[in-house]
Design a protein around this ligand. Structure first.
Ligand code: CA
Length: 242
């Protein structure tokens, strides 16, 4: 993926997965007006097909879809790619938000949403992904080893005893943010603002969910972590390299 300059050299492609035609039309119109290329899929199977043949830069994924549901689509896309995925969930459906994040979604927007909010989320997620890619291209970044865990900033990978640990953008950013100052405890509020941005203010459970996912992927025993540690009553920190 290229980085977008002020001149907009690279047009981002957004895939909209939504079975309700009126909503899909409104979203498509709004995105096209902002200069995005839009691909609409009206069911999960079509979305996965299009995803393979024409990989988008971002996916807007409705949870409630006929046949293959949005969570399944999310899991399959995430297994194949680290493209930003924003889930569209029913209002107040907390379980949807948490499940989406567990399955590797980067973000969620609750229905009914305002187009303005949706566009802001799309922009923020694309910006983060572009930044991530451009940073990944930088030369001479260092790596940090925390015992068996190696965080490589040069190619944005994490390995554990030589085996790759597959992380989403957000998980990698959370881990690498804590790795920027190993041993220093960060509060949930700090992590939320630094890794997710101020739009997430007050949603500190998002940090806990992502920490849990990180531990499931990085730790030998996620319930007794040895890398991503909790400072009770304060927040989280990465164990200092020995
Ligand atoms: Ca739907």
């Amino acid at each position: 993926m290229e980085t977008v300059g002020e001149g907009g050299m690279h047009m981002h492609t957004v895939m909209v997965v939504e079975d309700e035609a009126p909503i899909a039309d409104i979203v498509r119109f709004a995105l096209e007006r902002e200069g995005y290329q839009v691909v609409v899929a009206t069911d999960g199977a079509a979305a996965l097909d299009a995803f393979r043949t024409q990989p988008p830069d971002l996916v807007l994924l409705d949870v409630m879809l006929p046949e293959v549901d949005g969570f399944t689509v999310c899991r399959e896309m995430r297994a194949a790619s680290n493209v930003p995925i924003i889930m569209l969930t029913a209002r107040e459906a907390e379980v949807d938000k948490v499940l989406g994040l567990e399955l590797g979604a980067d973000d969620y927007v609750t229905k009914p949403f305002s187009i303005r909010e949706l566009l802001a989320r799309v922009r923020a997620n694309l910006r983060r992904a572009d930044l991530f890619d451009s940073r990944a291209n930088e030369e001479a970044r260092e790596r940090i080893s925390v015992h068996d865990l190696v965080i490589d900033f040069n190619n944005y990978t994490v390995t554990k005893r030589g085996q790759p640990v597959p992380l989403t953008h957000r998980e990698f950013e959370l881990l690498s943010y804590m790795a920027s100052r190993p041993g220093v405890v960060f509060t949930r509020e700090q992590l939320l603002v630094q890794v997710w941005g101020s739009m997430y203010e007050g949603d500190e459970r998002t940090v806990d969910v992502t920490i849990r996912r990180l531990r499931e992927k990085c730790e030998d025993d996620p319930s007794n972590p040895s890398y991503v540690l909790t400072k009770r009553g304060v927040g989280y920190f990465l164990r200092r390299p020995s």
